[in-house]
Design a protein around this ligand. Structure first.
Ligand SMILES: Cc1ncc(C[n+]2csc(CCOP(=O)(O)OP(=O)(O)O)c2C)c(N)n1
Ligand SMILES: [Mg+2]
Length: 455
């Protein structure tokens, strides 16, 4: 097993020393990264612990300087992980490693949970570690902005590849819906089990699938998240909590109830989550799932991503009632409508529902109001929309709303935003080139997952 330990101050050296010795004695490969503090580095040397210094100590004065240093360190940790196949990442009360590990799909644990993780699951399993989601902290807030900008850039790249005839099949992008995805991911624990819809790229990115793996899948390449065999709607990766992407509309609602039942029977503190569109809430399966979850008080969060369109039809033309959340009352399920353009509001609304489920309070329904900026799928120019209809929504761009707040909080300047956007674009361009140059799957790969024993 390959273990990654990150040390960010000197007392942690002493804390980790016996654990590192134990792991090495048992034949595990251990990589230690350390933040650049003189005392920490001195102690590491004194105890003969091999390590790599990752990340600067200073980013400038004040809160902004601290946030800059953190952002730089998060990037440096990502670079460090490149090419190394870690099974688990351990840290002690700092959030930089958990955030990085989560983005890269590496199970991570705070070291004081190490014993728990080992006893419960055995450290060898990829799904082993119990992960504690850090509180919203400045660097966490910057990471959310970065993730939204990245999602927008990836969706734009996918759309352009289709428009240029360089990608086959269909695709559903979610520009304008970034706060929904990033907010949901931030509010949940990576060990929660989520049933996803077909409009998946932005959501998958938020949950930790890499741009390379998403673009590769959209282009049908062997480097795609499921080896190029699934395509745009099947960007599925259980290691980051994506149980499945459901393309039969509404099916993710009763399946999530079933997942919730399994979690309840197991006595787990995990939560089942179902994310579905406004159109999908008009399927019978929606009502069946809500009813069952309410009757059995299952730990489920139902999240309706109301982007006001179902294919080519506007919400109000096919949906009775002012909102979807109102339907929860029929099943006595706590329900609310929330602003899906504001990532902080999304984190709050979904977080509250998840905590209720975790505490044994049963299911909730959260409707996140947002808007689909473009057509339903690649071939749709959305010519059926009223002129100017999209304007108020585009004016409430979730990235702009959040960036303005970070400026007020002193965490962002025009200069750092420009730099961040340029860095993200460079990364997504590189990921697009990588996916374009990647090989297609071999024919034999198509048969590999058909019969048991051939996977
Ligand atoms: C049972 C079923 N009926 C029809 C379709 C075709 N279809 C694919 S996406 C879509 C619209 C879905 O709208 P919504 O649930 O609001 O999700 P959005 O596309 O807006 O994200 C339809 C009708 C399908 N996939 N499954
Ligand atoms: Mg919709």
């Amino acid at each position: 097993m390959h273990v990654w330990i990150d040390i960010t101050n000197s007392p942690q050296v002493l804390f980790f020393r016996p654990l590192i010795a134990l792991l090495v004695e048992r034949g595990h490969e251990v990589d230690v990264t350390a933040r650049e503090f003189a005392q920490t580095l001195e102690l590491l040397e004194a105890h003969g612990i091999a390590h790599t210094v990752v990340g600067p100590r200073h980013g400038g004065a004040g809160t902004l300087g601290k946030a800059r240093a953190m952002a730089a360190r998060l990037r440096a940790l990502r670079r460090f992980a490149r090419g190394r196949d870690f099974d688990v990442a351990l840290s002690h009360a700092s959030h930089e490693l958990p955030l990085t590990a989560r983005a890269l799909g590496i199970p991570s644990a705070y070291a004081y949970d190490y014993e728990f993780a080992r006893l419960q699951h055995g450290l060898g399993s990829r799904a082993a570690a119990r992960v504690v989601v850090p509180e919203a902290i400045p660097e966490d807030r910057l990471a959310r902005l970065e993730r939204m900008i990245e999602a927008r850039a990836v969706e734009t790249s996918i759309r352009e590849l289709h428009e240029a005839g360089r990608a086959w099949g269909t695709t559903h992008t979610a520009e304008g819906q970034e706060a929904v995805a990033v907010g949901i991911a931030a509010a949940l624990r990576p060990t929660d089990l989520v049933c996803f819809p077909h409009r998946i790229h932005t959501l998958a990115l938020a949950f930790g699938v890499t741009p390379e793996a998403i673009l590769g899948e959209c282009l049908g390449k062997a480097t795609g998240v499921v080896g190029g065999l699934g395509g745009s709607v099947h960007v599925t990766d259980t290691s980051v909590g994506i149980l499945h992407t459901f393309t039969i509309l509404g099916a993710q609602v009763p399946v999530a109830a079933g997942v919730g039942l399994a979690l309840q029977v197991q006595g787990s503190d995990g939560v089942a989550v179902s994310i579905f569109g406004d159109g999908s809430a008009n399927m019978g399966a929606f009502h069946e799932g809500l009813n069952l979850a309410a009757v059995w008080q299952l730990p489920v969060v139902f999240i309706c991503e109301n982007n006001h369109y179902s294919e080519y039809t506007r919400y109000d033309k096919i949906t009775a009632g002012a909102d979807i959340a109102g339907r929860g009352a029929a099943y006595a399920i706590p329900s609310r409508v929330a602003d899906g353009q504001d990532v902080d509001v999304v984190v709050g609304a979904v977080g509250e529902a998840a905590e209720r489920a975790r505490a044994g309070g049963g299911p909730s329904l959260v409707e996140l109001q947002t808007y689909r900026w473009y057509g339903h799928s690649r071939s749709d120019a959305a010519a059926y929309r009223d002129e100017g209809e999209a304007d108020p929504w585009i004016a409430r761009d979730p990235i702009a709303i959040y960036a303005a707040r970070l400026r007020e909080e002193g965490l962002l300047t025009d200069e750092t935003e420009v730099a961040l956007r340029a860095e993200v674009q460079r990364r997504v361009d590189a990921a697009t080139e990588f996916a374009l140059a990647a090989p297609e799957p071999e024919v034999a790969a198509m048969f590999r997952h058909v019969l048991a024993g051939q996977g």
